[in-house]
Design a protein around this ligand. Structure first.
Ligand code: BGC
Length: 428
């Protein structure tokens, strides 16, 4: 084993109480795929991204849930594909809502608690044609969809997320123009920062009005920012400003109800303060920002590198969990996504073990971390990468028959969850 892995892996056993929430995360379009009327299908039709035939989850969800429950998982994070539920503006498809009701029920029957997320990066085609989520009726459209979907599914789930990674969505879709709608405009990015926070607060109210005892969790991916050239004061100042906006603004908004916005007056957002029961914390890797570059970062030149060229750096998970815990005292944390793109099962198991060790360090330093959801269950569509070696699943599938094959990492989780302990000797 390389010195870099040795330095990252746990040296002592790590205990997990029986009530520690072990789960897996997924998103609708990444797992279901199919010819749905959304913007990713349109990108594929234009040849800009690979097509997505799906991984079979659309038909095999009940089988997947039974398999995951047999491994010991007790939670499943899924999302609703907006373009299935509302394929045309204002026309809600009851059959699609029935499908998601059945998915939630099948999860519960298998022994998994469903956590339903309303928005995971994809936009219905009709919304794009009307100017997108940032357009004049984007917010109303989202809330109409949220109201309808929450009403339909509230009897079937008590755990909700308004959006996945709202800040990476703003960053990727509106600041750097990489995710659809591929806009690179600082003013729109700031306006969208406010909009996603307002949508979260309003969705929280919609859910609580239906079911006051439900759990609403935000989901943000922590980007542990570093300067590409820390000796350059301008680079460091830029990194501090991006970090204060990207990681800091929403934490402050949730804590105080007032959202700080770069270069603008802070805005008070009704209902934002305390609009969460759980803070969902996603983490993959650390990020180096240069004057015009975004790359992955590590404190060691020999850090292991995953199939998407990213350095493994669990230290960012530890510091990020502690930061969220300090910003939101009294709010429990769950790691709602962590995992890595690879075809090498030794790599995946080491990655997970190294991040569980970081989670444990954060816990011991005071962060109230109640669970860990692995990304993802069955290999899925990794956006621009499609179905490549960037495989995040604990379970593989045959592209023709869609038959499932659990990987070595699935066995690793099964043993870890059953024992309630991660032992250094369990890591290859
Ligand atoms: C996103 C997922 C994506 C994963 C791995 C997360 O930030 O929520 O959709 O598959 O990263 O890249």
């Amino acid at each position: 084993m390389s010195d870099a892995w040795t330095a990252l892996l746990p040296q002592e056993p790590i205990r997990f109480d029986p009530d520690f929430a072990w789960g897996v995360g997924s998103s609708a379009f990444q797992a279901e795929g199919g010819d749905v009327p959304n913007d990713w299908v349109d990108l594929a039709l234009r040849g800009e991204v690979p097509p997505n035939p799906g991984n079979g989850f659309l038909e095999r969800y009940a089988e997947d849930f039974r398999l995951l429950a047999a491994l010991g998982f007790r939670h499943y994070r899924l999302s609703v594909e907006w373009s299935r539920v509302e394929p045309e503006r204002g026309r809600f498809d009851e059959a699609a809502l029935d499908h998601y009701r059945a998915v939630c029920d099948a999860a519960s029957e298998a022994g998994l608690t469903p956590w339903v997320n309303l928005f995971h990066f994809t936009h219905p085609r009709w919304l794009v044609a009307r100017g997108g989520l940032h357009g004049p009726d984007g917010a109303d459209a989202f809330l109409r969809y949220a109201e309808r979907t929450v009403a339909a599914l509230a009897p079937h789930t008590r755990h909700w997320h308004s959006q996945n990674e709202s800040m990476v969505y703003v960053f990727g879709a509106y600041l750097v123009g990489q995710l659809p709608p591929k806009i690179a405009d600082g003013d729109i990015a700031i306006a969208m920062t406010e909009r996603v926070a307002r949508l979260h607060a309003a969705t929280h109210e919609i859910v609580k009005a239906r079911d006051p005892g439900s759990t609403v969790a935000t989901i943000e991916v922590y980007l542990d920012y570093h300067a590409e050239n820390p000796d350059d004061p301008a680079n460091s100042a830029m990194v501090a400003a991006v970090d204060a906006w990207y990681n800091g603004a929403l934490l402050e908004g949730l804590a105080t109800g007032v959202l700080p916005l770069p270069g603008r007056d802070p805005v008070e957002i009704p209902g934002l303060r305390g609009a969460l029961d759980v803070y969902g914390f996603n983490y993959y890797n650390a990020t180096a920002l240069g004057p015009s570059s975004v790359t992955s970062w590590s404190d060691r030149p020999d850090a292991p590198i995953d199939a998407m060229g990213r350095h493994v750096y669990p230290g960012g998970m530890e510091s990020g969990l502690l930061r969220a815990a300090r910003a939101l005292p009294g709010v429990p944390l769950i790691v709602t996504e962590n995992g890595c793109p690879t075809t090498d099962e030794t790599f995946r198991i080491r990655y997970v073990a190294a991040h569980l060790a970081a989670l444990d360090r954060a816990r011991r330093a005071g962060a109230d971390v109640r669970g860990y959801f692995h990304w993802t269950a069955v290999d899925n569509y990794e956006w621009e990468q499609g179905y490549s070696d960037a495989r995040f699943g604990l379970v593989g599938f045959d592209p023709q028959s869609k038959e499932r094959t659990p990987k070595r990492s699935a066995q690793f989780f099964r043993d870890l969850i059953a024992r309630g302990e991660l032992r250094p000797s369990d890591v290859p």
